[in-house]
Design a protein around this ligand. Structure first.
Ligand code: ATP
Ligand code: MG
Length: 414
């Protein structure tokens, strides 16, 4: 039996990779326009990096990490998300010493041991961005506008932005206590995971996707009613900036995130088109994370989006590259002439193909059609002698006679 891929690990085949490039290129364009630079960090880190940053009582650390002991006896983990590694590198290379305001983006595979389904895989890909060193809500709003701008750039009007504030170490405990009090009488209505979360991480109960948990928590107190003055003012600031740029958003006071390091602003880009995989991108502010990882006490904010989910939203749109021109030949003698012409055109940046095996004209033209070539050109003995040939526009069959030199052909197919 032949060997297959690991469950939940996908191949991205040539017919899909055009769509991936479209997404990645748009992200690079939009992020770089906003002053962000790419940082590339390893896909494997010491396990403690993730348990210290993401939090021990989160789904990711409790049950989703690919953790194993390497041959040297060290516990290592395939990264389940990008922020921890990026901030580890930020601290390790003292990037904050050059400028505490760093704007970084990253792109690559992440690994979580989850139940594979549409939009949820064990190896998946994220593009994420982070700004460090800014307390002002302006940074939150810029990150949000950049994210919304990215979806506009790739031509999607789903997903929609939802925002919330999770408060800070001053006000969140007060909210947590109020939530615990509310949940106390409803424990028997919750799923098993949520009963456990009640003592480890009660805010996460609001994020549970089990219908009876959603029902049981319908009347739960809102975190927004418990924000301290500082957090309240900050959240009002974020909203004000978003409104000043006409960025559409909705406030969702039930939105909590699956990572413990978030403070104040949290957000998701949500869609109704992917079932329970509704979050296409998500993020928030993490004012305590950098110091928690042994770095200076500076704030940060960022997001990550799931490429597979963005690709699903884009659907089957065609992003593959069609040849500009297909050169067919009538006999063996013309093949080297055509090959040289193809070479000249390729070196001038035209996408040109010819048949590899010297098949019949009919089958060559079938191939031109299949490849979606925009133009075709047939070269026989007569054409070589006269130095001219008819360039045919495949769409409507119109033909024009051109000299068989690269410049003239380029002009005819542009
Ligand atoms: P979900 O609630 O769907 O599990 P999450 O809160 O775990 O998402 P984050 O950790 O915030 O997600 O990751 C950010 C984005 O990465 C998500 O919005 C999603 O697009 C994508 N993502 C997360 N986990 C997966 C996965 N297992 N497969 C594919 N994409 C994923
Ligand atoms: Mg998850």
């Amino acid at each position: 039996m032949s060997v297959t891929a690991i469950k939940g690990f996908n191949d991205i085949l040539p017919r899909e990779s055009g769509r991936w490039h479209h997404i990645e290129q748009a992200a690079r364009r939009v992020f770089e326009l906003n002053g962000f630079s790419e940082i590339r960090v390893p896909i494997m880190e010491k396990t403690e990096l993730f348990s210290r940053s993401i939090g021990d009582a989160t789904d990711i650390v409790e049950k989703e990490m690919y953790t194993f002991t390497d041959k040297g006896g060290n516990s290592v983990t395939l990264r389940p998300e990008g922020t921890a590694g990026v901030m580890r590198a930020f601290i390790e290379h003292k990037l904050h010493a050059q400028d505490p305001v760093a704007r970084l983006y990253y792109l690559g595979p992440m690994f979580r041991y989850e139940r594979p389904q549409k939009g949820r895989y064990r190896q998946f890909h994220q593009i994420g961005a982070e700004i460090t060193g800014v307390h002002d809500p302006l940074a939150d709003a810029q990150v949000l506008n950049m994210l919304v701008g990215f979806f506009r750039e790739i031509g999607l009007d789903e997903p929609h932005l939802q925002i919330n504030s999770l408060g800070c170490p001053d006000c969140r405990p007060v909210y947590r206590a109020a939530l615990l009090e509310f949940l106390e009488g409803r424990l028997d209505q919750l799923c098993e995971d949520c009963r456990r979360r009640y003592s480890t991480n009660p805010l996460r109960i609001l994020d549970c996707k089990v219908p009876r948990c959603i029902e049981a928590t319908a009347g739960a107190p809102s975190v927004l009613d418990y924000l301290c003055a500082g957090c309240n003012e900050h959240f009002t600031g974020v909203r004000g900036y978003l409104e000043s740029t006409g960025t559409p958003y909705a406030v969702n006071p039930r939105m909590v995130r699956g990572l413990d390091y978030y403070t104040r602003t949290t957000f998701e880009m949500v869609t109704g088109l992917l079932g329970s995989q509704s979050a296409v991108a998500a993020g928030g502010r993490y004012d305590g994370l950098i110091s928690q990882l042994g770095g200076p006490s500076i704030p940060g904010i960022g997001f990550a989006m799931g490429l597979e989910r963005v690709a699903l939203l884009l659907g089957d749109q065609e992003f593959s590259h069609r040849p500009d021109l297909f050169i067919a030949t009538l006999g063996g003698g013309e093949r080297s002439f055509a090959f040289r012409l193809m070479h000249d055109l390729l070196s001038q940046g035209a996408r040109v193909e010819m048949d590899y095996d010297g098949k019949s004209l009919k089958s060559q033209m079938r191939r031109a059609d299949k490849l979606g070539a925009r133009f075709s050109l047939v070269i026989g003995e007569n054409e070589v002698t006269s130095g001219k040939a008819a360039v045919k526009r495949m769409e409507d069959g119109t033909q024009s006679e051109v000299p068989l030199v690269a410049d003239a052909i380029l002009k005819a197919i542009r």
